[in-house]
Ligand binder design. Sequence first.
Ligand SMILES: [Zn+2]
Length: 258
Amino acid sequence: MIPGMAPGDGNEMLAALPPREREALWRNGACVTLVPDEVLGRPGERIRQATFPLDGLIALMAEVDGHEALAVDLVGSEGMLGAPLVLGAHTSPLRARVQIGGRALCVGTAAFVRVLAEAPVLERSLRRYLAGRLAQVARTAACASFHVVEARLACWMLMAHDRAHGDRVHLTHERIARLLGVRRSGVSTAAGVLQGRHLIDYTRGHILILDRAGLERAACSCYRHGDVALAPAAHAPPPAAANEPARPRLLRVVPHRH
Ligand SMILES: [Zn+2]
């Protein structure tokens, strides 16, 4: 753990866990630096670790013909990279690329699966999170076909803002173009429109959100409907769960064997 930091500092999913589960993750993991452009996972490869960003931003990129085509989801301080592990899946179909640098708690897959087997709150939280991410991926596919670049850009800026810390989001036009799967010139035009409406200020890769409410109005409906996992209840236990007797678990994750 970082000296002077509380165990859950920085990551909402970790912060919502009971101390016993949170401490088990920290005991079995390490704090690492997320470097912009670093690839943390590739399609078809084994998931090497569970990554809880404390800050920074990771994009999950869909590939077409071996090239990154579109970001279908983002992982920041609200969640975890490697969530399919909770279903017993040990590979991901997506490329995970760091977009904004930061720090993360990393727990190797074998250790994570061991901790998960004794961490019912983490398991429940991850299942809810994963359900939200599946909805988001489906929404992104529809968004790319039906919504204009300006509204999509506003939507992704809001999603990045929700996951980043502070009003400043460090993303270049080039990087945003790759996230949206559009040409850089299209991003420049759309960003110019949002800037002209005084919703954002954009200088050398630094986006400053000036009018959050206005940006929400400019965003496509996907922002309001798609980002399910960011709802405050996403990491909370279901009502009355504390008083219920332990129920049999529907799925038990066991260590992967070669
Ligand atoms: Zn949309």
